[in-house]
Design a protein around this ligand. Structure first.
Ligand code: ZN
Length: 413
């Protein structure tokens, strides 16, 4: 079958690997790939493993020669899948299984943009949004099939199985109960995913916490209402309070009362900021609503004083590489400040944001940080531990998580 390597058409047998295709196209490039001085991406810019199958006829491969050879990739995607990992920033309503979405759509009589899991997965990928606001529109589709307690329970359960399968030991998953009204009350919309999480956690043995999100574009009174409702579930798995949604023109400070209530009632607070707007938004998250972590914080570096403060106060950033490319928070992965912040001493953590809507797993994001940004195995391990250390867990549980993951990492490396 015919595929393309750096725009050159070549013929390979069905089932050929990326390595085979590059070897047919150019033996010098193949050598660089074997010596880990080059890596390969698909048409969407997603990094591929040399051993991955080329895929269908017409597949497009790009071989990228690493600019800095000392940081060339050495870990495979498979090795990173085996690493113990943690995740703090992932949206439940952006992480559904396509096959489940189709079933839920059928049950609820909702027409989805495609009718096979493969086509739906493609349709749900947001790669060409001009900004955060446009990217968020795809959530209308996932939310349309999540307007029942049974649906929320199921996707939360499946989510836990999916992350456990790639060796995530601890995850905090978020969503907004406000977006399931009027079908459900806030209490029902919180109890349903908690039940799914309990079922998944019991089966897999991983630890899972829930973060509820207020929405920037909705009335502040609703945010406060959500904080009130969520406070009843502290003992059952709700760990944190967040503010999500279109960032520009919708300042966090408007939702201050909700954050104050959440904090006063034992919830940890995080806030999306510096993703769809500039560093002043991060400033507001830290100083006006008391966020203990920042969701993304991509544009932090534009304010050197604030960057210094974030380093000094060890405020964790919940960073997401692919998602930032898809929302145009950064122009490309290569331009993402993740590695720079890590080396400057910021407590950076690595997360998916939307497994379905960004078409990735956490393993993919670690592999991307390794191949496209050149993070060394030691730096990647630092990021895993940063993530564990930034968990919204009581101190003794955090210490146990960190030491377990650390010894697992040492045994693997
Ligand atoms: Zn997010």
């Amino acid at each position: 079958m015919r595929v393309f390597v750096n725009e050159q058409p070549i013929d390979v047998p069905r089932g050929a690997s990326v390595r085979d295709a590059v070897a047919v196209a150019d033996s010098a490039l193949a050598r660089l790939l074997e010596e880990a001085h080059a890596y390969v991406t698909d048409a969407m810019g997603r990094t591929l493993d040399a051993a991955d199958a080329v895929g269908e006829a017409g597949a497009v491969l790009r071989v990228v020669v690493s600019a800095r050879r000392e940081t060339a990739p050495r870990l495979t995607r498979d090795a990173l899948r085996r690493w113990p990992k943690a995740e703090l920033h992932v949206h439940l309503d952006g992480a559904l299984r396509p096959a489940t979405m189709l079933e839920l759509g059928r049950d609820a009589g909702i027409r989805l943009p495609a009718d096979t899991p493969e086509a739906l997965a493609k349709a749900m990928l947001v790669r060409d949004a001009r900004n955060l606001e446009e990217y968020l529109q795809i959530y209308d589709v996932t939310l349309s099939v999540l307007q029942s307690a049974a649906a929320l329970e199921r996707v939360a359960y499946e989510f836990v199985l999916d992350v456990a399968a790639e060796n995530v030991r601890y995850v905090e998953v978020r969503y907004s109960p406000l977006l399931h009204r009027p079908a459900l009350t806030l209490s029902q919309a919180i109890e349903a995913p908690l039940a799914g999480i309990r079922r998944g956690a019991a089966e897999t043995g991983i630890k899972v916490g829930l973060i509820v999100c207020a929405i920037r574009t909705r009335p502040p009174a609703e945010s406060l209402e959500l904080a009130h409702a969520a406070a009843d579930y502290l003992a059952s798995g709700v760990l944190g309070f967040d503010l999500a949604g279109a960032e520009r023109g919708h300042p966090a400070a408007e939702h201050r009362a909700a954050f104050e209530y959440a904090a006063a009632h034992g919830m940890a607070c995080t806030c999306h900021a510096g993703e769809g707007d500039g560093p002043h938004s991060i400033h507001q998250a830290l100083h006006e609503v008391g966020a203990q972590r920042i969701g993304h914080g991509t544009r932090l570096g534009e304010d050197p004083g604030l960057l210094e403060e974030v380093i000094a106060r060890r405020i964790p950033l919940e960073m997401c590489l692919s998602s930032n490319v898809h929302t145009h928070a950064v122009a490309s992965v290569a331009e993402h400040p993740f590695k720079r912040y890590l080396q400057q001493g910021v407590v950076v953590t690595l997360n998916t944001d939307g497994r379905l809507t960004d078409g990735i797993t956490l393993t993919d994001e670690y592999f991307l940080a390794h191949t496209a940004l050149g993070l060394s195995p030691a730096e990647l391990a630092r990021v895993v531990l940063n993530t564990c250390e930034s968990a919204f867990l009581p101190e003794f549980e955090k210490v146990a998580l960190v030491s377990r993951v650390q010894s697992e990492l040492e045994a693997l490396r």
